[in-house]
Design a binder for this molecule. Structure first.
Ligand code: NAP
Length: 262
């Protein structure tokens, strides 16, 4: 049904683990050239090696996406290795918790720098290559937290994830004449290394509050990103896709209890 993306080049930020790794592997399985980006070079290289070991095409690049020079170097590297940037999955993000009475300005700035400024820097670095090619697909990894829900400790994180959507909507208008789309996936709770760092209790309790009865997988998010990058999604821009197993739907704990038979 969908035209193959074989031979196209995707830059994936935050690709060394978690959701980004799943996106990198999924696009590689679809025949794309992958540039796997993270600050930690060994882990990013391990993902690239995993792809090439199975006959895929990938390179790793070490970059801190909150830094302009690193973002520019990332795009230059992708162009040098593969000659094009067709798709960008701006996925790198951090979610350290701090309640408001503990949160410092530095905590706030750090989350904004990676999650929001990093989104802007990744997009603007990849845009010239997309414009030169006359087409492009950008997918942001936002979150349900911020755009739809809240969670104690994550006011800065929620602001950054809602901010990505504000950024996206104006970018979508500016980029439409260039045949470049920009959309966002909004994951619920996804089983990743980052989420595991919040502790086993958190994961178990969250799974119990999701109608689907399980945390999401990286593949659940990667499939949505792949859809946004398809030719068939070319008329969709500035939109969000919530991928959360129904997590945002129950209006109260009672709704979940009713679902389980009271
Ligand atoms: P994760 O397991 O902690 O992985 C984060 C990735 O981002 C790693 O590859 C990390 O590598 C990279 N990264 C962090 N800071 C970076 C920086 N400054 N520059 C470049 N790369 C950086 O996180 P995840 O759970 O997969 O989350 C990925 C994205 O999904 C984030 O944007 C997050 O907000 C979003 N999300 C996650 C969930 C969830 O439940 N897991 C839910 C909603 C949204 P290095 O540390 O080596 O740089």
């Amino acid at each position: 049904m969908f035209k193959p993306l074989r031979g196209r080049t995707v830059v994936v930020t935050g690709a060394s683990r978690g959701i980004g790794r799943s996106i990198a592997l999924r696009f590689a399985a679809a025949g794309c050239n992958v540039v796997a980006v993270a600050r930690g070079a060994p882990a990013a290289q391990a993902v690239a090696a995993e792809i090439t070991a199975t006959g895929g095409s990938a390179h790793a690049f070490a970059a801190d996406i909150s830094l302009t020079a690193d973002a520019q170097a990332m795009a230059a590297f992708a162009l040098d290795r593969f000659g094009a940037i067709d798709m960008l999955c701006a996925n790198a993000g951090i979610f350290p918790a701090a309640r408001l009475d503990q949160m410092t300005a530095e905590d706030f700035d750090q989350v904004m720098a990676v999650n929001l400024r990093g989104t802007f820097l990744a997009v603007s670095a990849c845009l010239p290559a997309m414009k030169a090619r006359g087409a492009g697909r950008i997918v942001l990894t936002s979150s349900i937290t911020g755009p739809i829900t809240g969670y104690p400790g994550w006011s800065h994180y929620g602001a950054s994830k809602a901010g990505q959507l504000g950024f996206m909507r104006t970018a979508a208008i500016e980029l439409a004449p260039f045949n470049i789309t920009i959309n966002a996936v909004m994951p619920g709770n996804i089983a990743t290394e980052g989420l595991a760092s919040l502790g086993p209790d958190y994961a178990a309790k969250m799974a119990a509050s999701i109608p689907a009865g399980r945390l999401g997988s990286g593949d659940d998010i990667a499939n949505a990103a792949l859809f946004f990058c398809s030719d068939e999604a070319g008329y969709i821009t500035g939109q969000t896709l919530t991928v959360d197993g129904g997590q945002v739907l129950p209006e109260s704990m009672m709704a979940l209890e009713e679902m389980r038979g009271g």
